[in-house]
Write a protein that binds this ligand. Structure first.
Ligand code: F7E
Length: 339
């Protein structure tokens, strides 16, 4: 079996390439050349795994590149993970988000249709499609009401995939994945920002963590579980769309409290709004709130109903919230100790 992963240098590309190699796949990764030539999380992969990945340098906004790649390699599967995936950034950079996320996805769909119609496609859709849902939990039938340029772009991607699937009878699947995190999550996302901040404090930095909306409610799982779900979606008799999540809801505040608990610090909150702070028992400021990290529109109140994935794919998350927070903080402390 041969698989192409776009966005191989991201968190999900890291776990997915490990999974597919362990299953005996030939793994091809699409990597965008950047000026510093860093390979993102690919660099974290153990040498023996990294050596087995065949890298193709190119950009998903270049339709010719993707057509040539699919026409030449004709993989059994393509996992289209590449995207501008930071919701906050999409408010300031809507057009480049649309270019990468809508144009890039359309390019993948066209390359499959015209050059490799037997290739199965996974598209990384997102719980952000639900916007600020009133009904809880959310599943495949919950209305999509996107509230950021990122979510709008992913909605266009999801509908492009559905349209191509129906019009051209292609095997294309949408994974509507809730937040999934890990020890290799990008530091701009709130969970990793917190785990890195806590590890720094543990090492004596004395620097409080600056956060935005502490009350945002999310459904956070472990990325390794979610790539298993992606793979399962690609092994069915017919393509379909699936929600993956944990079914648990927690706030950013709870994530921070739990992360400090890992290093033996109990957090008490004082004040409100941008004046709120998180204090340790001996009165030191551990968390501060800054307007800079608020978004023009928040999207939260997420909690997944993953019963369709459970029934049809036999998928369930193995790592839940407390374990996730612990593994992220411990991993950052270990990494810092080794530096
Ligand atoms: O924000 C709040 C922020 O940036 C989580 C992406 O993978 O998951 C991810 O999107 C929440 C938001 O992830 C800070 O307002 C508070 O409510 O970690 P995040 P996200 O926006 O949920 C979905 C499913 C995707 O599809 C995306 O690609 O945390 N928050 N204070 C903060 N967020 C950040 N980044 N930084 C803060 O200081």
């Amino acid at each position: 079996m041969k698989a192409v992963i776009t966005g191989i240098s991201g968190q999900d590309g890291y776990f997915l390439s490990k999974l597919l190699l362990s299953k005996g796949y030939e793994v091809h990764g699409v990597l965008r050349r950047n000026s510093s030539m860093t390979n993102g999380t690919v660099a974290h992969l153990p040498e023996d795994i990294r050596k087995q990945i065949i890298i193709h340098y190119g950009d998903i906004t270049d339709g010719n590149f993707l057509s040539n790649l699919l026409g030449k390699e004709r993989p059994e599967e393509i996992y289209h993970l590449a995207a501008q995936s930071f919701v906050g950034y999409s408010f300031q950079n809507a057009l480049s988000t649309y270019d990468a996320n809508i144009g890039g996805t359309l390019n993948v769909c066209n390359a499959i249709k015209d050059y490799s119609p037997d290739t199965r496609m996974y598209f990384a859709a997102t719980s952000e499609l639900f916007g600020q849902p009133k009904e809880k939990p959310q599943n495949e039938n919950t209305p999509f009401l996107p509230r950021s340029p990122y979510a709008v772009s992913k909605l266009a991607g999801l509908w492009t995939v559905r349209t191509y699937r129906d019009a051209y009878k292609l095997y294309m699947t949408n994974g509507i994945l809730f937040n999934h995190e890990s020890e290799v999550r990008g530091p701009e996302f709130v969970t990793r920002k917190i785990s890195l901040g806590v590890a720094n404090i543990y090492r004596g930095s004395g620097m409080p963590i600056m956060l935005g909306n502490l009350d945002a409610k999310k459904d956070w799982g472990y990325a390794e579980d979610y790539v298993r779900g992606m793979w399962l979606m690609m092994q069915q008799d017919y393509p379909d769309d699936f929600v993956l999540g944990t079914g648990e809801q927690h706030t950013v505040r709870e994530f921070a409290e739990e992360a400090f608990r890992v290093i033996g610090i109990n957090i008490t909150w004082k004040g409100s709004g941008v004046n709120e702070v998180g204090l340790s028992d001996d009165g030191k400021t551990m968390v501060k709130v800054s307007r800079d990290f608020y978004r023009p529109l928040e999207s939260d109140n997420y909690m997944a109903d993953y019963s369709k994935a459970k029934n049809k794919l036999g998928w369930e998350p193995r790592v839940k919230f407390r374990e996730l927070v612990k593994l992220m903080v411990e991993s950052d402390i270990k990494r810092m100790n080794n530096e």
